[in-house]
Design a protein around this ligand. Structure first.
Ligand code: AMP
Length: 286
């Protein structure tokens, strides 16, 4: 496994075998089974796998959030080696955003609601760094988790709009035994708060159950989710949403399918989760 920091080294490694197919898994490190599941899917689909580890300052609008973001590069590299990864790119911030940097990508509509509304500038940072990673790596496929559903929607829109010649593969959310979606941020939960963090998945299940029982009014589905969070100690709703799975526009009535999503503070740690009702979640486009 080759580990490189600078862009020229990534390009050289990428050019060694031009007949290879490359899958790229962008991450911010502090890896868990959710990330490794993406790596394994990339391993199955491609002859070579690249992983980037970069805590992207441009997608954090809160400096404390950036400062406290968990990191463990040595453990990450050991895990990626076990998975048979070929190339790991671990750039420094000033290699990605050198002095004088001024080019950013703004995916307009898909970036606006939900996480975009709660975290101004977040998707501008995500779209920009993903475009740069794809431009340097030139992968045939790039892998994202459905856990960050809006990120998938933003990246798919950008790939289509800017004609990147690659496929975007989204993979299902990997969960802990109690349903909590795996996240690098879960380590920030105190032992007292951790059991309550399963409320996000329970809320999504309550919405999904209501939908399965024939409730298609979006307001009623939102209420079903809210009721679960409101009854959970240490939990505070940021938003609860029932939206179109691709445009992410809030729905009044769920006709075919919907993205149920929510952001909840559990003891001041902000967690997000989602599920799609009415259709399957794992898809490849491009
Ligand atoms: P991050 O390091 O948090 O930026 O995540 C890197 C990639 O892993 C993103 O595409 C995430 O959506 C994905 N990911 C993170 N957590 C999970 C999870 N629990 N299940 C599936 N994918 C995940």
């Amino acid at each position: 496994m080759q580990v490189v920091a600078d862009i020229a080294a990534v390009r050289r490694a990428r050019e060694v075998d031009l007949s290879a197919t490359w899958g790229l898994v962008p991450t911010m490190g502090f890896l868990h089974e959710g990330h490794l599941n993406l790596v394994r899917q990339a391993r199955r689909d491609n002859s070579r796998v690249g992983v980037s580890i970069f805590v992207n300052p441009a997608q954090f609008h809160n400096p404390d959030d950036l400062a406290t973001y968990p990191r463990d590069p040595e453990r990450d590299l050991a895990l990626l080696k076990q998975e048979g990864v070929d190339l790991v790119w671990t750039p420094l911030p000033d290699q990605v955003y050198p002095a004088g940097y001024q080019t950013y990508i703004h995916v307009e509509e898909a970036s606006r609601p939900l996480e975009g509304a709660a975290r101004p500038g977040h998707f501008r940072g995500v779209a920009t760094v993903v475009a740069k990673l794809m431009n340097v790596f030139q992968p045939q496929r790039v892998y994202f988790g459905q856990k960050d559903a809006q990120q998938v929607a933003v990246v798919k829109r950008m790939v289509e709009d800017l004609n990147f010649p690659l496929a975007v593969v989204s993979c299902p959310t990997v969960r802990e035994a109690d349903g909590l979606a795996m996240s690098s941020r879960n380590v920030l939960l105190s032992p007292q708060a951790r059991p309550h963090a399963a409320c996000l998945f329970r809320a999504l299940q309550a919405g999904s159950d209501a939908f399965a029982q024939g409730e298609h009014q979006a307001k009623s589905l939102r209420d079903a989710m809210r009721t679960v969070i409101d009854a959970t100690p240490m939990a505070r709703i940021d938003y609860v949403s029932v939206a179109h799975p691709e445009t992410l526009a809030e729905l009044d009535v769920v006709a075919v399918a919907a993205l149920l999503s929510l952001a909840v503070f559990v003891d001041e740690v902000r967690l997000i989760d989602n599920i799609i009702v009415g259709e399957t979640a794992c898809a490849e486009t491009g």
